[in-house]
Design a protein around this ligand. Structure first.
Ligand SMILES: C[S@@+](CC[C@H](N)C(=O)[O-])C[C@H]1O[C@@H](n2cnc3c(N)ncnc32)[C@H](O)[C@@H]1O
Length: 286
């Protein structure tokens, strides 16, 4: 889940990507403000054990490329957890890479970071043993094209890991009309900005791009009790960050949305409450 937290009522404008051809969906939904960059670092920490490291094994010497590496948050986690991995990252935006360089330097990690479009990776064929993509494919106008390009730079037998959510699957219990309307509006907003269902479609896109041994890696997340207390602020921030786009949907008012956000934030105070959604940690082989 990859939305910036912006306090309600404030908005950091999205900037159009036209830096190197800009083959991304029309508006990159998150923008490149410092707050968004800090959010990416916190977000990777949030998912460190449950999503990034769970089920991941990288032998020393593995040449790993993260496509859409942002501020290097995920590269940092992988580099610290798997010493000896040779790190590389590309991102379309120079400001992300600047922050990534500083972040990885602070961690004492080396990485080859380059500004590039996922559709034209600046590496020869068969340069990597593993390609990683996270909270990334959902932004692309041509996900299959990017996966084909990832496949090109992998060695034969090399692996790809892609982690994406499906925004259409968010649920809360006890159910309420207000929350259901809110979640549906979030999915519509994400669809307008890119793909709302990238997680659920990864396996078909991977197969179309020519990968084999495709594992859709579906994970049905569900939280209650103490785990719910930890997750609700995260999900609420993600949902609240869509306020500017949500407020543009026909028949939706900001004040009504704020009431729904408050209901979401209060969920842990409801006895036996739960919240969940589906994420995919898909794996495939070249
Ligand atoms: C939400 S961030 C995720 C960053 C990182 N994977 C993480 O989980 O922290 C998505 C990143 O993809 C980059 N991006 C978007 N379109 C791209 C493209 N066509 N090629 C390369 N990077 C792209 C954006 O600049 C942004 O840094």
């Amino acid at each position: 889940m990859i939305r910036p937290y912006q306090p309600m009522g404030l908005r950091i404008p999205n900037e159009k990507l036209d830096l190197v051809g800009g083959r991304v969906t029309e508006d990159y939904v998150h923008g490149y403000a410092t707050a968004e960059q800090e959010r990416l670092l916190k977000q990777a920490e949030h998912w460190r054990d449950e999503l990034i490291l769970a089920g991941t094994r990288l032998a020393p010497g593995t040449r790993l490329l993260e496509v859409g590496c942002g501020v290097g948050a995920v590269l940092g986690i992988l580099g610290m957890a798997f010493p000896g991995v040779i790190l590389a990252g590309v991102d379309i935006e120079a400001r992300q890479l600047e922050t990534a360089r500083a972040h990885l330097r602070r961690l004492g990690l080396e990485a080859d970071l380059r500004q590039a479009d996922a559709l034209e990776l600046p590496y020869p064929d068969a340069s990597f043993d593993h390609v990683w993509m996270m909270w990334f494919v959902e932004h692309l106008a041509d996900p299959v094209g990017a996966l084909k390009e990832a496949r090109r730079v992998l060695v034969s037998g090399g692996a790809l890991t892609a982690i994406e959510v499906d925004y259409n699957t968010i649920w809360a219990s006890p159910t309420s009309h207000a929350l259901n309307v809110l979640f549906a509006a979030v999915a519509r907003t994400m669809e307008a900005a890119g793909r709302s269902d990238a997680g659920s479609r990864l396996h078909e896109w991977l197969a179309e791009a020519g990968f084999t041994s495709v594992d859709p890696g579906e994970i049905r997340l569900s939280y209650n009790g103490k785990d719910l207390v930890r997750q609700v602020p995260y999900v609420a921030a993600v949902v609240e960050s869509t306020l500017p786009e949500l407020a543009q949907l026909p028949g939706v008012s900001v004040s009504e949305l704020e009431v729904r956000f408050a209901e979401l934030r209060a969920l842990p105070t409801t006895p036996n409450a739960a919240l969940g959604w589906v994420v995919h940690k898909a794996k495939a082989v070249r």
